[in-house]
Design a protein. Structure first.
Length: 402
């Protein structure tokens, strides 16, 4: 009799102990769901170019337990495309509070685009996911949130574009770019250039000797073509492409000084940057000819007003981009004294403004959005992949007014 009376209490105690022991057991170590904490969240999520889907959960939450299988499946299906993570809201209350988590589970998508706040701190603006709690719905939502860093508009222009970076070309019979290829372009952002060529592009197909679709090639900066012989799967392609990409620079989530340090520590990577790794002032036509027009590659030119209150901030913004955007040489000119020059490259007569010139290709272009590190980087991404309307042909190289 005594044993039977104690059995319910003992069972209850075992249940409680089981819950405590499995407090973080919604996702096993073998799961593709990445465990996020306050110690790794900024580095992995906020300072990453990847799209992240993050679930804030509590191990005692019934709805969280119901979601777990779908979240696990979504993480596996999105591997190599979108990062999928989970935050234990019971253990990481500070992190949950930071994102105003009021119930479990809460799912937020952190986009690829990040903002650099004062002091060099990276941040992203998350979007709530309120769709169906099924793996297919979650995967579709993630796919729809992928940015596109793959050029598909003019493969001939892409192939001729001068760059220190190796190029990746996927020959495909499909008219759309797959989430897998978009995900790879994000993974190697600023380290490899990506393009998709159509099976109907007879010239490119013949040049690469393509007979089957899809077929993937790496076009090295020296012109050598290397064909991928494996299966079109994220892990196999990732392994194939990695040796052709410069080592990624160490991310920064604390300060600009640490970013500068990490950039210099990575300067010994296998891909040598352009020789100019500083922001230079172009005072006259001779300097423009020597520093830009007489050299290969694309020049990034800021048009500034040296008397403006935000001039120092503009210089700081550009200086921070010099190490990040290694495919370009960075310069600035006095826009107030070079209005005709500004007009020739499509720049409005209000400063600061930003433009590019490729002397050997006789191409120029200007950024239409407001002047910031994020907008400049986004514009330069379009220039690198030859996106439509990012540049336009010019008959002659423009001259400085001064």
């Amino acid at each position: 009799m005594s044993f039977s009376r104690r059995t319910p209490a003992l069972l209850a105690l075992l249940v409680v102990l089981g819950l405590v022991c499995s407090a973080d057991a919604l996702y096993s170590e073998k799961s593709d769901v990445i465990k996020l904490t306050k110690d790794n969240f900024a580095e992995l999520v906020l300072n990453s170019d990847h799209v992240w889907l993050v679930e804030f959960y509590a191990p005692w939450c019934g709805h969280c337990k119901s979601l777990a299988p779908a979240w696990d499946t979504a993480a596996t299906n999105l591997k190599g495309i979108v990062k999928v993570g989970a935050v234990n809201g019971d253990e990481e209350r500070e992190l949950a509070g930071l994102y105003q988590i009021k119930g479990f589970p809460t799912i937020k998508l952190f986009p690829s685009e990040k903002k650099i706040k004062k002091g060099g701190v990276a941040d992203k603006t998350p979007v709530d996911y309120n769709g169906a709690r099924s793996a297919p719905a979650i995967v579709n939502f993630a796919h729809s949130s992928l940015p596109n860093f793959v050029s598909s508009s003019d493969i001939s222009t892409f192939l001729k574009t001068e760059s220190e970076l190796n190029k990746v070309i996927l020959f495909s019979s499909k008219s759309t770019i797959s989430p897998l290829f978009k995900g790879l372009a994000i993974e190697f952002k600023d380290r490899l250039l990506f393009a998709q060529a159509s099976n109907t592009d007879a010239s490119a197909v013949a040049e690469f000797g393509v007979t089957d679709f899809p077929t993937l090639f790496v076009l090295k900066a020296d012109g050598e073509k290397i064909k991928f012989e494996g299966k079109i799967k994220s892990d196999e392609i990732l392994k194939f492409l990695t040796p052709f990409a410069p080592a990624p620079t160490k991310s920064n989530t604390k300060s600009k000084s640490s970013s500068s340090s990490s950039s210099s520590s990575s300067s010994s990577s296998s891909q040598a940057p352009l020789e100019v790794r500083e922001l230079k002032f172009i005072a006259n036509q001779e300097a423009l000819q020597t520093e830009c027009y007489a050299k290969h590659g694309t020049c990034a030119i800021a048009f500034l007003d040296p008397t403006a209150e935000d001039h120092s901030a503009s210089i700081e913004t550009l200086t921070g981009l010099v190490e990040k955007e290694k495919s370009f040489r960075f310069f600035w000119v006095d826009g107030t004294k070079n209005l005709k020059f500004a007009d020739a490259v499509g720049v409005a007569n209000s400063f600061p403004q930003f433009a590019v010139i490729n002397p050997s290709k006789k191409l120029a272009g200007s950024m239409t959005s407001y002047f910031s590190a994020e907008k400049i980087s986004a514009y330069l991404d379009k220039v690198k992949i030859g996106a439509k309307r990012s540049v336009f042909p010019i008959d002659a190289l423009p001259q400085l007014d001064a």
